[in-house]
Design a protein around this ligand. Structure first.
Ligand SMILES: NC(=O)c1ccc[n+]([C@@H]2O[C@H](COP(=O)([O-])OP(=O)(O)OC[C@H]3O[C@@H](n4cnc5c(N)ncnc54)[C@H](O)[C@@H]3O)[C@@H](O)[C@H]2O)c1
Length: 360
C-alpha cells in the first residue's frame, strides 16, 4: 500500500475530519469515467451534494477533495434545515476534453447503484444540461432543467439567501436590517453577484462592484448605471466607509493579507470557503468584524435542488430561503453566548442537529 493511500484511509477511519459513512470508487473503462462518490453522513436523510468535474493532478487529490466537500455538505444541509445528509461526487478529468453523454450516463448508473443514499446536483464543471443526462439513469439527480422536471438556475435563490443573511448581519451590527444608505462592496458579479446587486439596489444601498471579467462588469453597469465600479478586490476592501463586503467570486477571501486591511464592519457573500485557513475566523472576530458564515448564507441553491425531489415550487423554496435570516441571527446569538466566532458557532449548531438525529 502506498503512503498516499495510507493517508486517505487514515483520514477516513481515524481523523477528526473523517468519519465518512461510505466512499465509492467508480470506473467505466468504455467511457473513461473515473469518479469518487463520498457520503459523509445520512443522519438527517439521504446525502445531497453536487458533482464536481475537475482535472485533478492525482487520484488521491480527487479522493481528498470528495471527502472534504462531502463533509462540508453535511454542515450546510444541517444548517439549511434540510432533511439531507452530506455527500459529494468528483469526476476526474478535464470536462472540456472528456465529458461525453456516454460518460455521464455511466456516472448516472453509479448514482443509481446507491439506491437513493446519494442525491446529486451540479457543481464546478457540471451544468443543468449534464444533470438532464445523468437523470436518465436514476431518480436521484437534481439541478435539472425545467423541461425535465428540474428547477434550473440556482443562483436566483442563492442570491436571495445571501441578501437575507446580510440583512440579519445588519440587524445584529446596527439594530436595523435595512441596507438603505449602506455602502456595500460586491466582489464578483457573475450569476449570484448580479442578482445580489439587484436586491441591494432595490433596498437603497450604495453599491460598489468589481470583477475580473469585463463582460460581467458591462452587464451590471448596463442594468444598474448607479453602481460604482472599482479596479479590483484589493481596492474594494480598502475603500473608506465601506459597511459591507460581499465576496461572490472565489474562495479564500478572508486571509492573512486581507483581514488586517478590511474597512467593512460586515462580511457576507456567496463564495464558498471564504476562510482561507483555520484560525482566520478568530482574526476577523478580534477586529470586531461581523462574519456571516458562507455555507449558511449561500444555502439557497441547495434548498432549491432539494425541493426538486418533491416537485419544484419556487414560492415554497423562497419561503425556506427566507429562514436564512433567522438562522444567521441565531448563529450570532450562539457565538455571543459561547464566546466563539460565528463560524465556530455554526459548526456547533450543525453538529448538534446531526447528533440529535443520530440519537433519534
Ligand atoms: N451559483 C450558485 O447557486 C452558488 C451556490 C452556492 C455558492 N456559490 C458560490 O458563489 C460564488 C459565485 O458563484 P457564481 O455561480 O456566481 O459563479 P460565476 O462564475 O457566475 O461568477 C463569479 C464571478 O466572479 C468573477 N471573478 C473571478 N475571480 C475574481 C476576482 N479575483 N476578483 C473579482 N471577480 C472575480 C468572475 O469573473 C465571475 O464574473 C462561487 O464561489 C460559488 O461557489 C454559488
Amino acid at each position: 500500500m502506498t503512503d498516499v493511500t495510507d493517508g486517505v484511509l487514515h483520514t477516513l477511519f481515524q481523523s477528526e475530519q473523517g468519519g465518512h459513512e461510505q466512499v465509492v470508487l467508480c470506473q467505466d473503462r468504455a467511457s473513461g469515467l473515473k469518479a469518487v462518490i463520498a457520503i459523509h453522513s445520512t443522519a438527517l436523510g439521504p446525502a445531497l451534494g453536487g458533482t464536481r468535474f475537475y482535472p485533478y493532478a492525482t487520484e488521491e487529490e480527487a479522493v481528498a477533495d470528495a471527502l472534504n466537500l462531502s463533509r462540508g455538505m453535511s454542515y450546510k444541509n444541517a444548517m439549511a434545515g434540510l432533511d439531507h445528509g452530506g455527500g459529494k461526487a468528483v469526476i476526474i478529468g478535464d470536462p472540456e476534453q472528456i465529458k461525453t453523454e456516454e460518460l455521464l450516463l455511466a456516472y448516472g448508473r453509479f448514482v443509481a447503484s446507491l439506491g437513493g443514499r446519494y442525491v446529486t446536483a451540479c457543481d464546478v464543471g457540471t451544468y443543468v444540461a449534464d444533470m438532464d443526462v445523468v437523470a436518465r439513469e436514476n431518480r436521484w439527480t437534481t439541478g435539472r432543467s425545467p423541461e425535465n422536471g428540474g428547477a434550473g438556475d440556482s443562483s436566483v435563490l442563492t442570491a436571495f439567501g445571501v441578501f437575507q443573511g446580510m440583512r440579519a448581519s445588519a440587524q445584529f451590527a446596527w439594530g436595523d436590517p435595512s441596507l438603505r444608505g449602506r455602502k456595500v462592496g460586491v466582489a464578483g458579479v457573475g450569476k449570484v453577484g448580479h442578482y445580489l446587486v439587484e436586491h441591494l439596489v432595490e433596498d437603497g444601498a450604495e453599491v460598489l462592484v468589481t470583477d475580473v471579467r469585463e463582460e460581467s462588469v458591462r452587464r451590471i453597469t448596463e442594468k444598474f448605471p448607479q453602481v460604482t465600479v472599482v479596479a479590483d478586490t484589493d481596492t474594494l476592501i480598502r475603500t473608506e466607509g465601506l459597511d459591507v463586503y460581499a465576496p461572490c467570486a472565489l474562495g479564500g477571501a478572508l486571509n492573512d493579507d486581507t483581514v488586517p486591511v478590511l474597512t467593512a464592519k460586515i462580511v457576507c457573500g456567496a463564495a464558498n470557503n471564504q476562510l482561507a485557513h483555520p484560525g482566520v475566523e478568530k482574526d476577523v472576530a478580534d477586529r470586531g468584524i461581523v462574519y456571516a458564515p458562507d455555507y449558511v448564507v449561500n444555502a439557497g441553491g441547495v434548498i432549491q435542488v432539494a425541493d426538486e425531489l418533491h416537485g419544484f415550487d419556487f414560492e415554497r423554496c423562497k419561503a425556506k430561503a427566507s429562514k436564512i435570516f433567522d438562522t444567521t441571527l441565531a448563529i450570532f446569538a450562539r457565538a455571543k453566548t459561547d464566546g466563539i466566532p460565528p463560524a465556530a458557532a455554526a459548526d456547533r449548531i450543525a453538529e448538534q442537529r446531526m447528533a440529535e438525529a443520530r440519537r433519534a
